[in-house]
Design a protein around this ligand. Structure first.
Ligand code: ATP
Ligand code: MG
Length: 401
């Protein structure tokens, strides 16, 4: 149809895979359809290394929104599909340059990049570049060709049809959702953990989230904020229509935190508060991950960002995993461990979480936190104190088990 919009989509790194490539492509196709379920007109065709999405003009905005949330693609562009006839292809290239000028992507320099996959097309790639470039220069004498740093590249791909496009959007890259196993994200209301979740989802992982709530010390605003963050991050999950992309398990940790504070006070060991809380969270996360058959635990920790995130204290936290008989410790993935705060913030803004993350509702960790927390916790000492706190029963009844 003439008024249809066509998107040419470039698939991501899975195209480099060998025998498994088909599985990734299948997931990508399925994810794409799930992302597009709100549109009525969209249809997708998959060819080696490329997908073509066409939809009505009215659905184009929704389609772009879907593409922005799709992992496993390197980019996309609105393309024109034309007949594989030399004059038609060249005319389409000129029209594409015109549109780029009108939209403000092109003022001065351009180049034409042509690929002839269909060898029956009469012009080879360099000849097609030259012919289209010449006609564009004729039509717009103010332009010049710059093959190294053009403002705008006009691309022509001669395949099943001839596809002509200019401005390209960057995709999320990574791998199609659902190809990387399943994990449990410890999701707080902060900046880091939503980004950590996104990073693992971008590697293809499907996640469930766990939030430790300490009502009434943390209010329902805090909980609601985490729910909103789960939805923001969950939008990248290619969930089945009607299902949450990132299901959220809210764990009631009030009793654990109160017991922890009171018993530490009795033991005159309040400076251990932060580390002990982290250890209790890990124990609870281990229980829930096993109950939900999730293969790993993910946190937003970043080395030395706060007192609980020194490598010593991470060792203490981690030591609470895999303690039950015949249990091996689940891996704890910390995708942000070496990432600088500035970079985390940039990503947080990019995924649309930042404005929500900085809303000022305290989470449970800012409560009861000691003024001078232990920074170089020793694992043996930490576990001796932790065992003396006898938190297991409270953790079991928190809803994690
Ligand atoms: P974030 O920005 O993710 O809140 P943070 O810099 O505040 O992280 P911490 O408070 O030390 O760091 O928390 C470290 C990690 O522990 C968090 O990234 C998150 O994965 C987990 N975590 C902390 N508090 C909670 C909570 N209330 N519920 C669930 N997970 C939590
Ligand atoms: Mg936090």
């Amino acid at each position: 149809k003439d008024d249809a919009v066509l998107f040419l989509i470039k698939e991501g790194e899975h195209t480099l895979k060998g025998d498994n490539k088909k599985l990734y492509e299948k997931s990508l196709m399925q994810n794409q359809k799930q992302h597009l379920h709100g549109t009525s007109s969209a249809s997708i065709v998959q060819k080696p290394g490329r997908m073509y999405l066409s939809c009505s003009v009215e659905d184009a905005g929704l389609a772009e929104e879907a593409l922005r949330h799709l992992t496993g693609i390197t980019g996309w562009a609105r393309a024109k599909a034309v007949e594989k006839d030399t004059n038609t292809v060249i005319a389409a290239s000129v029209a594409c340059a015109k549109e780029a000028i009108e939209k403000g992507f092109l003022h001065k320099t351009f180049k034409v990049d042509a690929r002839r996959s269909d060898k029956s097309f009469p012009l080879n790639s360099p000849a097609l570049c030259a012919a289209a470039g010449e006609k564009i220069l004729e039509a717009f004498p103010e332009l010049t060709v710059d093959v190294h740093h053009p403002e705008q590249t006009i691309r022509v791909e001669v395949r099943e049809k001839a596809f002509v496009y200019g401005h390209e959007e960057k995709g999320l890259r990574g791998l199609p959702a659902g190809t990387g196993g399943r994990g449990l994200l410890l999701l707080s209301g902060g900046i880091d953990s939503p980004v950590a979740g996104f990073e693992m989802m971008r590697r293809g992982m499907k996640l469930e989230a766990m939030y430790f709530h300490a009502y009434p010390y943390t209010g329902n605003e805090a909980r609601e904020k985490v729910e909103r963050l789960a939805n923001i991050v969950g939008a990248y999950a290619a969930a089945v229509p009607g299902k949450a992309g990132l299901p959220l398990h809210v764990i009631n940790f009030t009793d654990v935190q109160i017991a922890l504070r009171d018993r530490l006070l009795q033991m005159q060991a309040s400076e251990w508060g932060t580390v002990m809380l982290r250890m209790a969270m890990m124990e609870a996360a281990d229980l829930l991950a096993r109950k939900r058959r999730l293969a790993c635990i993910i946190t937003g920790e970043s080395l030395a960002q706060v007192a609980s995130q020194t490598v010593h204290n991470i060792a203490c936290t981690q030591s609470r995993l895999g303690l039950a008989p015949n249990h091996y410790p689940l891996p704890v993935l910390r995708p942000l461990i070496g990432t600088d705060k500035e970079d985390i913030i940039t990503l947080s803004k990019k995924i649309g979480a930042y404005d929500t993350s900085i809303e000022p509702y305290p989470d449970c960790c800012t409560l009861f936190s000691p003024p001078h927390p232990v920074i170089h916790g020793r694992v043996e000492e930490a576990n001796r104190i932790y065992e003396a706190l006898e938190l297991s029963e409270l953790i079991y009844s928190s809803g994690a088990k």
